[in-house]
Design a protein around this ligand. Structure first.
Ligand code: ITT
Length: 198
């Protein structure tokens, strides 16, 4: 396989994880900068899957190459599934990852229900109009304080109870073995393998 794919994301944390997970596929993956595209897609969908497809199609059209997008987020039971599709925008534009984690902890203060999950939808769009989709989910809980320096986004506050560690305390390999993104990309890789053999 020598197909080139653009990873349709501006998030360096996602890009690194997607690259590492997809490296086993034997296809060449390019960042938007490497593909010479700069597309800012408005995420107007109401589901992760819709937003992932919007991003994949926009970058595919701009790069004239197949594009793989990830739309993901953290869903807390006590917040009725929030911040969910708004995870990147939680608290408004001015916040960085650390401040968004602290805001989440503040909004959960006093809540006994800490259950939460990460969801990830992966979408791939090809220049001929074909598309592929896959999803993954990882269940866990919101920690009471940030722990760990690894990963990105909400990793320091997402606890895996069976491991007694947050995503932020896991190596990238340990995280991808159980994460929403790892699962979505594993399912996607199978579909892509079948598609490319056709
Ligand atoms: P792109 O749209 O350019 O891919 P983004 O960061 O805006 O980048 P999303 O719209 O999918 O991506 O927002 C997902 C947010 O959810 C992301 O910014 C993180 O804050 C959070 N998130 C997703 N996956 C995560 C993970 O594995 N670990 C920690 N936080 C994660």
């Amino acid at each position: 396989m020598s197909e080139k794919f653009v990873l349709a994301t501006h998030n360096p944390g996602k890009l690194a994880e997607m690259r590492a997970i997809l490296s086993g596929l034997g296809v060449e993956v390019l960042s938007p900068a490497e593909a010479g595209v700069e597309v800012d897609v408005e995420e107007t969908g109401s589901t992760f899957a819709e937003n992932a497809m919007l991003k994949a199609k926009a970058v595919c059209a701009s790069a004239c190459l197949p594009a793989i997008a990830d739309d993901s987020g953290l869903c807390a039971d006590a917040l009725n599934g929030g911040p969910g599709v708004y995870s990147a925008r939680y608290g408004g534009e001015g916040l960085d990852d650390r401040k968004r984690c602290l805001l989440l902890l503040r909004n959960l203060r006093g809540q006994t229900t800490r259950a939460a999950h990460f969801s990830c939808a992966v979408a791939c769009a090809f220049p001929n109009g074909d598309t592929l989709e896959a999803e993954g989910r990882c269940d866990g809980a919101i920690a009471f304080a940030p722990l760990g320096e690894g990963g990105f986004g909400y990793d320091p506050v997402f606890l895996i109870p069976e491991k007694g560690k947050t995503f932020g305390q896991l190596s990238s390999e340990e995280k991808s073995a159980i994460s929403h993104r790892g699962k979505a990309l594993a399912a996607f890789s199978e579909k892509l393998g079948t598609y490319l053999k056709k």
